[in-house]
Design a protein around this ligand. Structure first.
Ligand SMILES: NC(=O)c1ccc[n+]([C@@H]2O[C@H](COP(=O)([O-])OP(=O)(O)OC[C@H]3O[C@@H](n4cnc5c(N)ncnc54)[C@H](O)[C@@H]3O)[C@@H](O)[C@H]2O)c1
Length: 446
């Protein structure tokens, strides 16, 4: 009989995972502790923006016309425990308030709710990003609390999806990593992922700590690569060099590669910043803090980018934001997402607002989330409207829509045609030809 799958925590990761599991042919039951989320998902609607996800949900959510009916949602732990052969735990693991460490309370709570109800053999699979050592501890907790005892096993299967490509990445992962304590768990996970494995996705089997570390190591490497090029941008600005040319040239070396070498306002979002901090905190607890002190520098280079963007903006309007109108293009931490968690764009917008600037933000998908987080900023319904009356325009999230803007039309509505490109994604020649004073991070001023 086909395995029955549950997904616990239906946010960015869990909602995508649940829909993808249904697409792979499994019967799936999703659970969340927020009833509104469950109601929305049950109607086939996605509570966030992720390209292709709504279509996939509608294809499978039970009760919708023409759907396979393989995907349902609930708030009942009992129903989940009775239903599932494999339970994927996808709850959030944010940074603790006032500390670098990971807040494991949502994971602990999910395990404590599920485990006492597990009366039949099951595999619980953690997907959340957790500090190394968590899986071994949770495995003991699970067998201790579950009435089915040793028949309940734990595996850790970190997730590498990228927001904006979440559906594609989940259906066709570039690798599947599983930390297991035994052969049965490995066998079940090979069954769950038979389709992507059959298509050639590498399946890496490891022990718990290695699987946990793969995720934080991968994020640390990516964060380091971004901060590296941003450090080069700082030097380029000091030496009148061009970081875009530099990145292109070093990227030709296959050992370095072209990806993740775009200098700008740096990384943000719900993963990289908190993951590198939690990694440092955990290494400290393990007595290996020296090994990761470089991540402190990676973090501070990254945070410096935001402050530098504010400085460039202040400089461009004559040294003070008072009485100045600033248009901010972009609110999300990356394009093709509505996620504004720790977004550099909103952070910059907020800092300028606090320094007396009148900031108007426009984002193609992140407006509702941005408004909730920063209700005191002004919001406009289009890029053109955000720019109307502006003394300077800041390009802070690299949405394709912004690359298609007409510099001549925007020049007509601003007070001063000044543009700061915080993502090195716009063509300086085109904007300068339309009369703009164009400045980009790490590039020479014209
Ligand atoms: N978003 C990404 O791109 C991404 C990528 C890889 C890994 N991750 C990791 O995946 C995990 C989830 O991230 P996310 O971005 O989906 O977070 P999220 O905040 O969007 O979703 C988490 C969901 O879990 C629910 N939840 C909280 N406590 C619960 C509980 N006790 N029981 C059931 N549900 C509960 C929340 O209501 C929410 O819907 C994190 O550990 C994150 O680091 C995220």
């Amino acid at each position: 009989m086909a395995l029955k799958i549950t997904v616990i925590g239906t946010g960015y990761l869990g909602a995508t995972h649940a829909a993808a599991m249904a697409e792979l042919g499994f019967e799936v039951l999703g659970l969340d502790v927020v009833p509104e989320k469950i109601e929305t998902l049950s109607r086939g609607e996605v509570p966030m923006y992720e390209p292709g996800l709504e279509e996939l949900l509608r294809k499978h959510v039970a009760g919708l016309e023409g759907s396979t009916g393989r995907l349902r949602f609930t708030t009942s732990w009992q129903e989940v425990a009775d239903f599932g052969d494999v339970h994927f735990v996808c709850v959030n693991t944010p940074q603790k308030h006032g500390e670098y460490a990971c807040d494991m309370s949502y994971v602990e709570s999910a395990f404590s709710s599920l485990a006492p109800l597990l009366r039949r053999p099951a595999l619980v699979v953690g997907k959340s990003t957790v500090p190394v050592g968590s899986a071994a501890r949770l495995a003991r907790l699970l067998t201790g609390l579950a009435p089915a005892g040793e028949d309940v096993e734990l595996a850790w299967n970190p997730e590498f999806l990228r927001e904006g490509f979440a559906v594609e990445d989940t259906l066709h992962p570039d690798r599947i990593v599983v930390g297991v304590g035994g052969e049965r768990a490995e066998k079940l996970l090979r069954e769950v992922y038979a389709t992507p494995i059959g298509e050639g996705s590498p399946f890496v089997v490891a022990d718990y700590p290695t699987a946990e570390l793969v995720k934080t190591a991968a994020n640390s490497f990516l964060a380091t690569k971004i901060s590296f090029i941003n450090a080069m941008a700082e030097v380029c600005e000091a030496a009148d060099g061009d970081v875009v040319k530099l990145a292109e040239a070093i990227g030709h070396d296959e050992r370095i590669g072209k990806k993740f070498l775009r200098a700008g306002v740096g990384f943000g979002g719900g993963c990289l910043p908190k993951d590198i901090r939690a990694f440092m905190a955990r290494a400290g607890e393990l007595g290996a803090d020296q090994a990761l002190t470089f991540l402190r520098e990676v973090d501070s280079i990254n945070m410096r980018r935001r402050a530098h963007m504010v400085e460039l903006a202040r400089e461009s309007v004559g040294g003070s934001f008072l009485g100045q109108r600033v248009a901010v293009l972009g609110a999300t931490f990356k394009p093709d997402s509505d996620d504004v968690r720790d977004s550099p764009a909103l952070n910059v917008a907020g800092q300028i607002h606090l320094q007396g600037g009148q900031v108007t933000v426009y984002d193609p998908k992140g407006m509702d989330n941005a408004r909730r987080l920063f209700p005191t900023l002004a919001y406009a319904p289009s890029a053109l409207e955000a720019c109307r009356g502006a003394h300077v325009v800041l390009h802070l999230t690299e949405w394709a829509e912004f690359r298609q803007l007409d510099p001549v039309a925007i020049a007509d509505v601003v007070v001063e045609p000044r543009l700061l490109d915080g993502r090195n994604a716009l063509d300086p020649a085109v904007w300068r030809a339309a009369g703009w004073t164009f400045r980009a991070m790490g590039r020479p001023q014209a």
